[in-house]
Design a binder for this molecule. Structure first.
Ligand code: CA
Ligand code: CA
Length: 221
């Protein structure tokens, strides 16, 4: 996992904040030499995004998101334990605002990670993995995309940025692969009707452990 910061360590020069993950060991290396192009922190409004998330998923209208509500947003399911700081099982507007605010406060432009896609327990080559920002970001985040190699591994690039990684946020994940006849071979449960999602953040599961996607031909009941 690598995190690229918008950093003021040198004027007009971005500082690369590299966090190298050796699957279990985390080593932080900061360097201001050999600078990459500046990568700006996404311009998101944490409070507005939190309000929008609650408004969209709060079906019972109690102002908080319970498990049966956030199941409609798999990225929030992934992030739930990190957002629900009081451990009551509900995501409040305050908790969401605080978590989203961390994305901005940490000053991270993009976070890179390695993912793997399995289809019926076999690594799949040529699958396109798209991280699509949830709608409550209102365009503040860009999508990220990657294609698996012969070992099923992939890295994503944020669209419009020439660098590995995805911006910190909550995403829907879609996986697609077409056969030679152009027909989609991945079940809709993983693309057009995807139940996959993830939080991208410096301390998220994806950043620390990578993103493993297991696709079954038939959805488990
Ligand atoms: Ca609710
Ligand atoms: Ca809570």
């Amino acid at each position: 996992m690598k995190a690229f910061r918008d950093n003021a360590c040198l004027q007009n020069v971005a500082c690369l904040g590299r966090v190298v993950l050796g699957f279990s060991a985390l080593t932080a290396v900061l360097s201001c030499s050999n600078q990459p192009p500046p990568i700006l922190v996404p311009k998101i409004d944490p409070a507005a995004a939190a309000r929008e998330a609650v408004a969209h998923f709060d079906r019972n209208g109690n102002g908080a998101l319970e498990s049966e509500e956030i199941i409609r947003c798999p990225g929030l399911v992934d992030a739930k334990d990190r957002i629900d700081t009081d451990g009551d099982g509900k995501l409040t507007l305050e908790e969401l605002t605080k978590r989203f605010g961390q994305y901005v406060a940490e000053g991270i432009g993009v976070i890179s990670f390695v993912g793997t896609v399995y289809f019926n327990n076999q690594p799949v080559e040529g699958a396109r993995v798209t991280l699509e920002p949830e709608e409550f970001w209102h365009g503040g985040l860009r999508a990220a995309e990657g294609v698996t190699d012969s070992a099923g591994h992939f890295r994503v690039k944020t669209l419009g940025l020439d660098v590995d990684g995805a911006q910190p946020g909550i995403y829907r994940i879609r996986v697609s692969k077409t056969a030679v006849d152009g027909k989609e071979i991945i079940p809709t449960y993983y693309n057009t009707e995807s139940h996959l999602g993830a939080e991208i953040a410096v301390d998220s599961k994806v950043a620390l452990e990578g993103l493993e996607i297991r696709i079954a031909q038939r959805r488990a009941p």
